[in-house]
Design a protein around this ligand. Structure first.
Ligand code: AP5
Length: 223
């Protein structure tokens, strides 16, 4: 199954993507994580991306295309994947279509108000080791500033400053929200309420994915 999760910054794409990965065994491909890794590794591509990410602007499509192509070519993505944060504009929709001719079966937009997003992101902490996501109201660490899973130290992302969050929200409305109509026309678009406990949001997503899997199974049985 090919799934796309999109939504404004802080809507819970990473949190829910991890849960989907665990439940369905699908690899989560997050362009934000791939870019942050390239920045940490100091690759030429990471150096080009760093300044744009710190300003909350989108990184050039060519950079993202290269990262996604490399990742989707890995064997674990052959039978499916969950994309988190890609595509992020209409030209990236075309890039995805050129990288993988199999269409996404489910595209989910997670909807959360801007006021809630600002509160969430100012409290978010990420594990420096395994990249697990923590935050008040989301998953909270048992020991302050330590990852439950690997014991790594937790840090605040440089793009989680109030002025950068505002820019990321603006970019989302101007560019990313436009992919909604595209996938709506393809009849694969679903809107999910992203507010409330993490498990409740996950339950809404599971209902959509199980419905799609059921349809896929029925289609195969008929063929
Ligand atoms: P990216 O890493 O994709 O960031 P984003 O889209 O801004 O999303 P976030 O990672 O901030 O939030 P999220 O929705 O994953 O929420 P999370 O689960 O962490 O991109 C970063 C940058 O990279 C971009 O600005 C851009 O520069 C660049 N980039 C990336 N992809 C690109 C692309 N394709 N093209 C061009 N540039 C690209 O949750 C947030 C917080 O809320 C956490 O603390 C969590 O614990 C908490 N939380 C989660 N769910 C709940 C809940 N139900 N209730 C309460 N709290 C919750």
């Amino acid at each position: 199954m090919r799934i796309i999760l999109f939504g404004p910054p802080g809507s819970g794409k990473g949190t829910q993507g991890d849960l989907v990965e665990q439940k369905y065994g699908l690899p989560k491909v997050s362009t934000g994580d791939l870019l942050r890794q390239a920045v940490r590794d100091g690759t030429p591509l990471g150096r080009r991306a760093d300044a744009l990410m710190r300003q909350g602007r989108l990184v050039n499509d060519e950079i993202v295309e290269e990262l996604v192509r490399e990742r989707l070519e890995k064997p674990d993505c052959r039978t499916g994947y969950l994309l988190d944060g890609f595509p992020r504009n209409l030209s990236q929709v075309k890039i995805l279509e050129s990288l993988d001719r199999a269409r996404p079966e489910v595209v989910i937009e997670i909807d959360v108000s801007s006021a809630e997003i600002i509160g969430r992101l100012s409290r978010r902490r990420t594990c420096s080791g395994c990249k697990a996501i923590y935050g008040l109201g989301g998953r909270e660490p048992r020991v302050e500033d330590r990852c439950d899973a690997c014991g790594g130290s937790l840090f605040q992302r440089p793009d989680d400053k109030p002025e950068v969050i505002a820019e990321r929200l603006r970019v989302y409305q101007e560019e990313t929200a436009r992919i909604r109509e595209h996938y709506h026309a393809k009849k694969v678009y679903h809107l999910v309420n992203g507010s409330g406990p993490v498990e409740d949001v996950f339950g809404r997503i599971v209902a959509i994915l199980d419905g799609a899997l059921g349809e896929k199974g029925a289609g195969k049985a008929l063929a």
